[in-house]
Ligand binder design. Structure first.
Ligand code: BES
Ligand code: MN
Ligand code: ZN
Length: 499
């Protein structure tokens, strides 16, 4: 979709559809809605008086100007009550309204930066939320997009006040970059696992890197063997598809020598569980077990286009976890790249094995911080609830604070989880330095983080268990179901604010 920003009067725009808004409980339309109400001879106030236009969040009322405006229709998006209004509500309201516009056959939509007036958001933030809401809400998987279907082709964000124009333009641009990067990640996650292989992830990363100006490298099995990555290699060894460690780097010219932020994403392109096989019903959603890798790849895309002020390295260890005679087994003992040995209890606790070798690899960059994202445990979804928040673990409270603030700004929620030293006790092994799973169901989120901590040595570290967030079978209105792109916008906000 083509996104532009222009100064002027919304009522005068040559678009087929205009979107304005209303707060629930407002006595009368405000801002651009007030201007349209005047142009429409009080139609909005009439609808309010009749109780047909309430401003309740995620409601949309359609008004037909009957020649009073160039536009064919005006949509009034409900923002909910002014008290407790957030950028996330602006995103949702815009998503709801623009989906309605699309379904009505709109091609060219003009709107304002929602939430900048009475909502109290900074104009740049309001514009960013508006564009993000539109692009995230209109997302459809690339494999399903039909050329003849309804599609909004152009979105214009109109700002009346010339003094705010630069802020609105900057916010709209940032929103377009972060939302398109999130949608890039969603396409990777929604892609079926016969197509989205480790090699495919590498190829898409390479093409994207060339497009936006990132450095790209990839390690295959030979390089992994040379580095002693026995944990990652063990997960991959049942599959005919060779593993890949994808490496993307953003080096801003003005800060090339600074210590980088390293992002690590779990890239299991399909998780059958291996010999510790999953139930048939649980398996199809495991195409999304590379959601962490997709988030990291998407975040690097955003980092390049936003030219964030800090060097960033993205690491995406990618492998299948399937069944084959060459596969690893429960009771096997592996050696990771830092020399630590691991007794396999469950071949279904594979993500932590990929991450172990990637976290060790991360230390060679002498990072300022390492953040990993992984669809690591079903236990995290049990603890927090699907679509509620990612679990946040850390070894550095300043880093965790940065993550929490970025989560707040992006609307991609995190919730802090404890890393009690006692979690490590349940991983004691008789034959290796540690087991890969406690073997029972208790505290599975904390135990997985305690395992990762063994490999995240020598740098500040944060771990996001995104199992509750990466893929949603039942949609959380107004967002389309399937891949969410969770993490891309959070990481973009974090990196933008790093300086
Ligand atoms: N990929 C799964 C975790 C998962 C489950 C993500 C559901 C999203 C939705 C992970 O590899 C896994 O299988 N974890 C096991 C760990 C256990 C064997 C210690 C789990 O959660 O049961
Ligand atoms: Mn698993
Ligand atoms: Zn997994």
């Amino acid at each position: 979709m083509n996104v532009t920003v222009t100064q002027g009067d919304l009522a005068a725009q040559a678009a087929d559809t205009l979107i304005v808004n209303l707060f629930e409980g407002a006595a009368k339309p405000g801002g651009a809605a007030a201007a349209l109400d005047r142009a429409l001879a009080g139609a909005l106030r009439d609808l309010m008086a009749a109780g047909d236009l309430t401003g309740k969040l995620n409601t949309v009322v359609t008004v037909y100007p009957r020649g009073a405006l160039a536009a064919q229709r005006v949509l009034v998006a409900g923002l909910g009550p002014a008290a407790g209004f957030t950028a996330e509500k602006a995103r949702a309201a815009v998503a709801t309204a623009i989906q309605k516009a699309r379904d009505l056959g709109a091609r060219r939509v003009a709107t304002i930066a929602h939430g900048a007036g009475a909502g109290g958001l900074h104009p740049a933030r309001a514009a960013q939320a508006t564009v993000e809401g539109a692009l995230l809400g209109l997302y459809q998987f690339e494999g399903r997009r039909t050329p003849d279907g309804n599609a909004v082709e152009a979105l214009t964000v109109v700002e009346f006040d010339a003094e705010k124009l630069a802020a609105v333009a900057a916010g709209a641009r940032a929103g377009q970059i972060t939302a398109e990067s999130a949608n890039f990640a969603r396409d990777l996650v929604n892609q079926p696992p016969n197509l989205c292989t480790p090699e495919y992830l590498a190829e898409r990363s390479q093409a994207m890197a060339a497009e936006v100006g990132l450095d790209y490298r990839v390690l295959g099995p030979d390089e992994m063997r040379a580095l002693g990555m026995g944990a990652l290699l063990a997960v991959a060894q049942a599959s005919v598809l060779p593993p890949r460690l994808i490496i993307l780097e953003h080096r801003p010219a003005q800060a090339a020598e600074r210590a980088p932020v390293v992002l690590v994403g779990k890239g299991v392109t399909f998780d059958s569980g291996g010999l510790s096989i999953k139930g048939a019903g649980d398996m199809p959603a495991m195409k999304a077990d590379m959601g962490g890798a997709a988030a990291v790849i998407g975040a690097l895309r955003a980092a390049a286009l936003l030219n964030v002020p800090v060097p960033v390295v993205g690491l995406a260890p990618a492998s299948e976890n399937v069944i084959g005679s060459a596969g690893y087994r429960p009771a096997d003992v592996l050696r990771a790249a830092n020399g630590k040995t691991i007794e396999i209890i469950s071949t279904d606790a594979e993500g932590r094995l990929l991450l172990a070798d990637a976290l060790v690899y991360a230390s060679r960059f002498q990072p300022a911080a390492v953040i990993d994202l992984a669809t690591l445990t079903g236990a995290c979804s049990i603890a927090l609830g699907r679509g509620m928040a990612a679990g946040l673990f850390d070894t550095d409270s300043a880093l965790a604070e940065r993550v929490r603030e970025a989560a707040e700004r992006s609307g991609e929620r995190v919730w802090p989880m404890p890393l009690y030293p006692e979690y490590r006790d349940s991983l004691k092994s008789d034959v290796a330095d540690m087991k890969n799973s406690a073997g029972d169901r208790y505290g599975g989120v904390g135990v997985s983080a305690a395992f990762l901590k063994e490999f995240a040595e020598g740098y500040p570290w944060a771990h996001l268990d995104i199992a509750p967030m990466a893929y949603l079978d039942s949609p959380k209105a107004p967002w389309p179901r399937g891949a969410t792109g969770y993490g891309v916008r959070l990481l973009a906000e974090l990196l933008l604010a790093w300086a």
